[in-house]
Design a protein. Structure first.
Length: 133
């Protein structure tokens, strides 16, 4: 019951940086927004993420997404897709993580940034980038 109350109206005794319930709710909202932006803008390039959590989130929201072969392995790596085999891709990642992931592309465009804002506390910022040759 306390968790349900906290989900509807966060308890002040739980600091924002420890508030996993609200963070998961906001994380899901970010996933919904990314999926809507990709659909609304007609972006149909293959989508990649470095983590299985982001791949799972976008797949849940109807965006076929592959996990890059970095980090912890998951079911998404059973048949890994190589982003460098594509002409263009879209990458969703934490803003600071993109620099050295895709050196096989000549450049990228930042499509949008999505802050993970938990009760006024910025937990992370996710960046959606389109890489091209």
């Amino acid at each position: 019951l306390v968790l349900l109350v906290h989900l509807c109206s966060p308890l002040s005794m739980v600091p924002p940086n420890k508030d996993r319930i609200t963070r998961l709710k906001v994380y899901n909202e970010v996933g919904k927004e990314v999926a809507a932006d990709l659909k609304d803008n007609g972006i149909d390039d293959k989508v990649f993420t470095p983590t299985y959590q982001l791949a799972s989130l976008l797949n849940f929201h109807g965006i076929p997404t592959q996990q890059m072969n970095v980090g912890r392995a998951s079911q998404y790596l059973l048949a890994p897709a190589d982003p460098c085999a594509e002409q263009n891709i879209v990458l969703l990642t934490v803003t600071q993580e993109h620099q050295n992931l895709l050196k096989c592309f000549s450049g990228f465009d930042l499509l949008k940034e999505y802050p993970l804002n938990v009760r006024g506390h910025l937990g992370a910022t996710y960046a959606l980038r389109r890489y091209y040759r």
